[in-house]
Design a protein around this ligand. Structure first.
Ligand SMILES: *Cc1c(COP(=O)(O)O)cnc(C)c1O
Length: 347
């Protein structure tokens, strides 16, 4: 039986064409900054987002952690949504690596507003509180179900940051999904954010890699911080070439992932055993079962159909569409979801 893995968009494998591009990559020792493929990808991503500099990292967490370090001093505080990846899923790295605390905002679907940011800044002359120095946003939001910010809100948040002298970082693990969904101009991101990450190994389908791009004044120390975090690498051009390949060939097709996610959401919406489906804008579908349906029963059923999804706790179930989720698989999942209607425990 074919296995259909919808746990995350990280489960993809490089396509033969991507592997071919990797095989042909020109490489050098990146610790000497002599890897032409890495240098080319960094220049490409910086240019794409209207940033001055960029640096390749092995993971999104390391790139976010480096950015936080570049923006802050120990004892300071950053502002983020309560569901933010930097707070929940980076192993406590904010405090471990930077000695920084997080002020959590109760946003909507992982997104916060300029007014909320302003309300969470500690008064800088009140020396009893940690000094607020950074705001971290996510686009799309992960735990928020792939939601996309309205670009106008970014501008308003930028204004608040300017007024209070705060840095502004964007966690762009699924930034390309956001750009494809909103048609925002990536160059505008460089005008609003000081630093941003672009993940290559989620929707874009490379084996690894995240690029951190930013303004020169923030990026000056980036290569040293990456070294300290253990991220100084040698012939990474093979991975950078996968990234360049993905940017050329795997961006437009994200629309397909979004269409399939919306079709899954619509299907779930129509089923009796589902209590709620969150709005689906990109490639993540979050839904909840009715109280009478034990999640374990539903998951076991999906397992017997060869379908894997994520249980995020508190009744939250998550499906993520991606490059290796074909139309044939999609048809099968739609059918299996519907057939559970007759197999669910009767109440
Ligand atoms: C996946 C993800 C990251 C980075 O994760 P790594 O596994 O370290 O690459 C960062 N932020 C968000 C929102 C993510 O979804």
């Amino acid at each position: 039986m074919m296995t259909i893995d919808l746990r995350s968009d990280t489960v993809t494998r490089p396509t033969p064409e991507m592997l071919n591009a990797m095989m042909k990559a020109e490489v050098g020792d990146d610790v000497y900054k002599e890897d032409p493929s890495a240098n080319a990808l960094e220049a490409q991503v910086a240019d794409m987002f209207g940033m001055e500099e960029a640096l390749f990292f092995p993971t999104g967490s390391m790139a976010n952690q480096a950015a936080i370090k570049l923006h802050t001093q120990p004892g300071e505080q950053l502002i983020c949504d309560q569901w933010a990846h930097v707070y929940n899923y980076e192993g406590g790295g904010v405090s471990f690596n930077s000695g920084v605390s997080c002020k959590l905002v109760t946003g909507k679907r992982g997104m916060i507003t300029a007014n909320q940011v302003a309300a969470h800044i500690n008064p800088p002359d009140f020396y009893h509180s940690p000094l607020t120095s950074l705001v971290c946003l996510e686009n799309t939001t992960n735990k928020g179900g792939g939601a996309c910010y309205d670009f106008e809100e970014f501008k308003r948040i930028r204004n608040v940051c300017d007024t209070h002298g705060l840095g502004l970082h964007l966690d762009g693990a699924r930034l390309m999904n956001a750009l494809v969904a909103t048609h925002d101009d990536p160059k505008e991101y460089g005008k609003v954010f000081d630093t941003l990450t672009l993940c290559l190994s989620k929707g874009l389908g490379t084996p690894l890699g995240t690029v951190l791009a930013g303004k020169r004044e923030f990026m000056r120390n980036a290569i040293r911080v990456r070294k300290i975090l253990g991220g100084g690498m040698r012939q990474i051009g093979y991975m950078a070439a996968a990234g360049s390949y993905a940017l050329a060939h795997h961006v437009d097709r994200l629309e397909e992932d979004h269409r399939r996610a919306k079709e899954l959401a619509a299907q779930l919406e129509a089923l009796m055993y589902v209590s709620e489906v969150e709005p689906t804008e990109t490639n993540i579908v979050i839904f909840y079962l009715k109280d009478t349906i034990p999640a374990a029963h539903f998951m076991a059923y999906l397992d017997s159909e060869g379908i894997r999804i994520s249980d995020m706790g508190q009744g939250k179930l998550r499906l993520v569409t991606h490059l290796d989720y074909s139309e044939a698989m999609h048809k099968k999942v739609l059918l299996s979801l519907q057939q559970y209607e007759t197999k669910k425990p009767s109440s």
